[in-house]
Write a protein that binds this ligand. Sequence first.
Ligand code: ATP
Ligand code: MG
Length: 143
Amino acid sequence: MFDTILLAVDGSEHALRATAAAAEMARKHQSRLWVVTVVSPLPGTYAAGLGADNVTKLENFQQEQAQELLEQTKANLGEVAAHAQTEVLHGTPAEMILQAVETYQADLVVMGSRGLGRLGGLLLGSQSQRVIQHANCPVLLVK
Ligand code: ATP
Ligand code: MG
């Protein structure tokens, strides 16, 4: 039923639990897995204050961190990592996740209900809310 699962991770505890759920689903359904993390561009005013060289350094650092997160996530997936591919995407997380659903023709998205954001009282984060609102496939939000 779920041939291709898209797992979105941001380094949060919720995303870690989503990783375990995605591994379980992929094992049961023998799914292919795409694991993505999205790096957002620095706000323009902030970037202008930093200067071009520092912006490049910061962007390279963000890219490295994102790649490390994907490697760590693959390690956390266990044996199903053999069927997993990873990609660092750039833009707004929800938009890029929704675009990835189309690109990879995913038939399930697995993500956390919350992420790294600080507004702990909310049930859903803004990105998970946008994905469930607009995705044309089932979305598993892990609490
Ligand atoms: P907010 O970002 O609105 O302050 P939050 O960080 O608590 O709130 P979300 O950002 O919606 O909540 O995170 C929910 C889930 O969305 C995360 O557990 C993760 O699965 C996914 N997600 C969030 N940001 C990213 C990202 N940059 N790349 C990939 N997945 C992400
Ligand atoms: Mg967030």
